[in-house]
Each structure stands twice: as structure tokens, then as C-alpha cells.
Design a protein around this ligand. Sequence first.
Ligand code: GTP
Length: 593
Amino acid sequence: TPLDKIRNFSIIAHIDHGKSTLADRLIQRTGGLSEREMSAQVLDNMEIEKERGITIKAQTVRLEWKGHILNLMDTPGHVDFAYEVSRSLAACEGALLVVDAAQGVEAQTLANVYQSIEHDHEIIPVINKIDLPSAEPEKVKAEIEEIIGLDASNAVLSSAKSGIGIEEILDAIVERIPAPKGDIDAPLKAMLVDSWYDPYLGVVILLRVIDGSIRKGQQVKFMAAGTTHLVDRVGAFRPKLENLPDLGPGEIGFITAQIKEVAQARVGDTLTDAKRPAAEPLEGFKEVQPVVFCGLFPVDAADFEKLRESISKLRLNDASFSFEMETSAALGFGFRCGFLGLLHLEIIQERLMREYDLDLITTAPSVVYQIELTHGGGHIDLHNPADMPEPNKIETISEPWIQAVIYVPDEYLGSILKLCQDRRGIQKNLTYVGGRAQATYELPLNEVVFDFYDRLKSLSKGYASFDYEQIGYREGDLVKMGILVNEEPVDALSMIVHRSTAETRGRGMVERLKELIPRHMFKIPIQAAIGGKVIARETISALRKDVTAKCYGGDATRKRKLLDKQKKGKAKMREYGSVSIPQEAFIAALRMG
Ligand code: GTP
């Protein structure tokens, strides 16, 4: 395809503003699928994505419109997947910015818009859902100009639902988004935009060709990985898979090359011709690193092998999470896993529980701390609070910080500012846009990974939104807080906290555990401690009577039922010394309230 007949674009939109619906309409209008095939949203093709209404994996669709090839690149919609987003954007020359005509601009979209602007994209504002009675397109235009600084005078008004404005959008893509540049005679240079595992095809690699061309039978070299593979298939999705003879400069499509694991096909890598390689790889390759770690243990120790297999399978398809075996005195064998963020953690955890039918205990999520040891003892990246060295061996300990931008309607501002304050936030800026406040805070990531987002949403009745980026490590007065149940430490519940918040966190934790741990035949003390010093304590009083006592002489079936019920309850508990702790306690105790 000649360069001037190609347009590559992505869609930037806040969750629920209509990205998937609009993408489906564009596919439908350009003839990719029949009405019947449209019934299911095609871009969000994973079950969990659909349920949560978020896009996890990037996908791309090749559309044809008035003699042009339009490649629609779908981008993941969450901050956890920021690097994948950045590569998808780097593969495009333009973007549609979809804004809900009734909701207006949201903070999460801003980060992507700014990124898109940094990639020199031509941005076409699309004001969607104009069919809604509450639509205020003029107000939203003003917002786009005020908040983002984009000219919105030529924004396209659309209703993806009713099919209004679809052709105008397609025309605008052809007219306003620049054609890609590239040199067909230069050695092959293609950017690996995404990769995923397909049970039939093996690893599928989505790429954007910059220079040269790629075809079946070619030996290609992955410049960052240093490996060479034979290309056995070249094609594009329209959205159905279609084989193509080759892909030239400016084109977006996929290849397969007998690759077994996505870990071998890293997003951002440069593919070149093995025999006639490019001199330099493309800029911007980055190895993504997990930032949030937690332990995953099977509730039933017999499930360990099943957990290992399931995790390995998931990892085939997601190179961004890491895992290694971990043993815990209390929980037995499990895995220490690393994730790009809390949402990523939740997705993996949910898939393990749902798709693989596993009951899991998740230990307190933790960020990575940097520790300098005394007497030149060296440096540690601490992934697990259980491995924290003794205090006298620590010279300094540093934690990752983020900069968060929060948008919130004025009426909820007070409680949001208090939340940030309670989480050791440092206010950097506070401005008003329309009826909404925009607060910029620096916060320790550790204070955000637990339940910050949930709190933000509940304090603002769902209206607040936030976005963050990491800004580096800072030294802090951080200590390990342990939890003791019946005098025994429960390492899965130990966490690293700031000294100033330790007491509050500790008290909250023991209070919640008191509610969550059932009474036993004996008294159970629950303590939070730093080193040997107890900072909070609660006691669960002893149970007096045998539960079956009241059945004596009575109905035998009823008694058996009662015992069965107890047994079932037990299956979901772990024994700590002589104390049983229900599974829910682990997660619930970590919520800070
Ligand atoms: P994510 O995939 O979570 O990013 O969401 P999305 O932005 O793709 O939103 P989606 O297309 O799933 O639409 C969200 C909701 O808005 C759905 O219930 C759609 O039916 C609805 N919707 C989308 N476009 C329109 C529109 O033009 N008008 C109206 N009234 N509703 C729309």
C-alpha cells in the first residue's frame, strides 16, 4: 500500500465514554462485519474485560474507507498499562479523542491525550452520546479547549449508539491525520507493539513497519532480545484474521514466527532483517518492571501444583507479571508475584480464581523498597516485608512516590483532601476548572496501592477520578509492622508502614481481625507490633459452649448438618498454631477503613 493511502490512529477515551461502541460502528460502516456479527463487541474480546468494561490487551483492526487503509489501534485503558499505551501511540500518527457529551473530560484521559500530543499526533475531538437528553456538546467543547488546550471548533459530534457522525469521523481521519512516513528500500525496521498467545497460532506479534518490509519466510532479528525467528505468517485483522503477502512501511499488522512465550516478544522491541539488519533499533524500548508485589497461596495446600500450572499458563500470555516460589511458615507453599499495579493484580487473581477454579489467599500487596545496609553491607530491593532485615542492619530505607492528579466536584473536595493528607500526601497544586477541582498531590505509592482508589470513589460517590505517574524513590521513616494472633506472628499480614501512621494502621487492623476471626474455645489475643513493641491489641473472648451441645438428645441429622457446616467453613480457613483464620480476613484486614 502506498504511504499516502495509509492512516494509523488510536482512540483515546475515558472508560464508558463509548470507545468500544464507536470502534464497532467504524468496523461495521467500513464493511468489516455484518450486522449479525456485530452483536458482540469485537474489540473487547476477553470475558473479564467485558465484565469490568476495561480494555486490557491492545488490538488493531484494518479498515478500508474510500480507497484508504485505516488502521485502528485499540489501546489499554488503564494507568497500569501505561507502557503498552505509549507503544501503541508511537505506532500511530493521530487519534480520536472521544468525550462523553454528558460527562465531559476526565482525568484519566488527560494523561493519554498529553502522551498523544507528545507523539505529535493529530487529534480529532469526537463528542459522543449526543443523543442523550443531558448532552451538552458546547460545554464539552469549551472544556476540551480549556482543560486540554485543543482546538475543538471542528470537533465531530456523534452518537455511536444511534450511528450518527460515523462517516464524518471516517472522512476526518482521511483528511486530517497525516500519512505515515517510511522508506521501503531501507533495511526492515518494525516496532513490536503488542504480543499475545493464541492457542492455535502460538505467539502473535502485532507490529508497525517503519522502514523496509516484512514477508513470510523471512528471517527476522529481535534487536533487544537478540533472537532470530523465521516468519511463517503475515497478516492483518479486519477484524477477522486475513493473511497478506507482506507488510510495507507505515503498515500495521501481525506476524507469527513459531514463538512459544510472549516473554520472548517484548513490547517495544525492534524487528529487523537478520541478513540485512538496521544499524540502530528504534528508540523507546523499555523493559517493564512490576511495581506491586504480593504472595498468592492456595487455600488448600493440595492445590499448589494446580496453582503453579495455572500461573505458568497466564504468564505465557502476559510477560509483565512475574512470579517465583515462596514459602511461608503459616501459609505453606505459594508464589510471590509482581504486577504493574493493583488493577493488574486483581485481574490475574480473578482469572486464577475464575478460569482455573482456585481458592487463593492473597497477602498484603507491597511496593518495592530500597534498603541500604549499614557498614557498607550493600543494597537490597525488598519485595517481601517478610524479608526485611533487622532494624540495626538498615542504614536507610526508601519508598517509591507518585504524582497523582485528582479531579473531583467541589462538594467532595474537602473529604478528598483529607484522604490525601491521611495518606501522607503533599499538595502541589489546586485549581478549579468549571465546577471541578483539580488537585495535584505527591503520595507514597505504598499509601495508594491498598484501597486509595476505592476510598476516592466512595468518598466522592463515584465522581472523583485520578491518574498517577511514578516520580522516584524517597527516604522515609519506615518500619515493619507484624501481626500476632495468639502470640504467633502471621507473616502474610505483616507490612511495611510509615512510623507516623503505624499506630492507626495497627489499631485498624487488630480491630478488623477481631471481627473476622471466629471465637475459639480459648481467649485469643491479637496484637500489632513493631519489633518487640506492641502498638495495638484486641482480645477475642473464649467460646463457652460446644456448638452441638444444644442438639444433645435431639435430632441426629441436624447435628450432622451442623458438623458438616463447620467442616465446610474450615476448608476455607488456615490454621495458625491453634487458631483458624478465615480467608476473607486476609483481604478484609488490609482495607484501611
Ligand atoms: P471501555 O471499554 O470500558 O473503555 O468503555 P468504552 O469507552 O469502550 O465504552 P462502551 O463503548 O462500552 O460504552 C459504554 C456505555 O455507553 C455502553 O452502555 C454503551 O451502550 C453506551 N454508549 C456508547 N455510545 C453511546 C452513544 O452514542 N449514546 C448513548 N446514549 N450511549 C452510548
